[in-house]
Design a protein around this ligand. Structure first.
Ligand SMILES: Nc1ncnc2c1ncn2[C@@H]1O[C@H](COP(=O)(O)OP(=O)(O)O)[C@@H](O)[C@H]1O
Ligand SMILES: Cc1ncc(COP(=O)(O)O)c(N)n1
Length: 267
């Protein structure tokens, strides 16, 4: 069985973070492992509190996994401080052999900051060069590049700038723009649009986490990067189509394997 590791924050509400990642791995038939970087007290409406995990135990979690278990792909999510970014980057650098998907989580859908403002520079310098692909949403790409993104042309300009920062590949997600949710893939040379159809729902908590961990799961299963993104886009479209109307805020995506089999999702 193939395996994937998520290095991210815990969402007590179960819709985003580590919980969404592990559900996504399972739905892909991939064995999931986790390194928890922060515990959030969170539900579909709000983030009430964040406790960062001590960097020593973050390092120990990574070492405990790599000293014993195979890791076929890694997904990185919420790393909120410079110290945590430094720790994860240096631990992974010693071990890197498998593909890394970086979701540069900055703000929750409910509007809470999940990355300290002074940590953006560390993320660019220490994590972007390690990653095989980075998956920012529009506000995150604006923060990384300083470019205001309002149109698809702006997305192309921002993607190119993110590659200049050292990213090998970029998937700039278009969910935050008006109109259909098209995502732009740029490999440093060519662009490709992964087109979506907007599902009119407020239940989009954890969509970015789900997409990035679906890419990691598909990479763990030895798909090439383009195919892994294509399948992940198919998966997230379905997970939003069947998202759950639970909680009073943004409900979570849906991860049940049988549902996807019925809908014809090709793993
Ligand atoms: N309402 C929607 N209907 C269909 N796909 C969507 C919708 N909202 C977002 N997506 C897709 O979900 C994925 C996550 O996108 P986005 O919401 O932009 O990121 P994030 O969750 O990081 O803010 C992208 O592939 C995006 O195109
Ligand atoms: C622990 C954690 N990681 C990531 C997100 C982002 O997800 P979203 O943008 O859907 O709120 C989150 N809310 N919580």
């Amino acid at each position: 069985m193939k395996t994937a590791l998520t290095i991210a924050g815990s969402d007590s509400g179960g819709g985003a973070g580590i919980q969404a990642d592990l559900k996504t791995f399972s739905a892909h038939g991939v064995f999931g492992m986790s390194v928890i970087t922060a515990v959030t007290a969170q539900n579909t409406k709000e983030v009430r509190g964040v406790q960062n995990i001590d960097v020593d135990i973050i390092r120990q979690q990574i070492e405990a996994i790599y000293d014993d278990l195979p890791v076929n792909a890694v997904k990185i999510g919420m790393l909120s401080s410079v110290e945590i970014i430094d720790t994860v980057s240096s631990s992974l650098k010693e071990r890197k052999s498998q593909p890394i998907v970086l979701d540069p989580v900055m703000i929750s859908k409910s509007g809470h900051s999940l990355l300290l403002p002074n940590a953006v520079k560390a993320l660019i310098e220490k994590l972007v060069p390690l990653a095989d692909i980075i998956t920012p949403n529009v506000p995150e790409a604006e923060e990384l590049t300083g470019i205001k993104i309002q149109t698809e042309e702006d997305m192309v300009t921002a993607c190119k700038k993110i590659c200049e920062l050292g990213a090998a590949n970029v998937l700039l997600k278009g969910g935050h723009l008006e109109g259909e949710p098209h995502d732009l893939f740029f490999n440093g040379e060519n662009i490709h649009w992964f087109k979506g159809k907007r599902v009119h729902t407020k239940n989009t908590h954890g969509t970015g986490c789900t997409l990035s961990s679906a890419i990691a799961a598909n990479l763990a299963k030895e798909n090439d990067l383009y195919t892994a993104v294509k399948k992940a886009k198919q998966y997230i479209s379905m997970a939003i189509t069947h998202s759950l109307d639970i909680g009073k805020g943004h409900g979570p995506t849906h991860h049940f394997y049988e549902l996807y089999q019925k809908a014809g999702y090709q793993q």
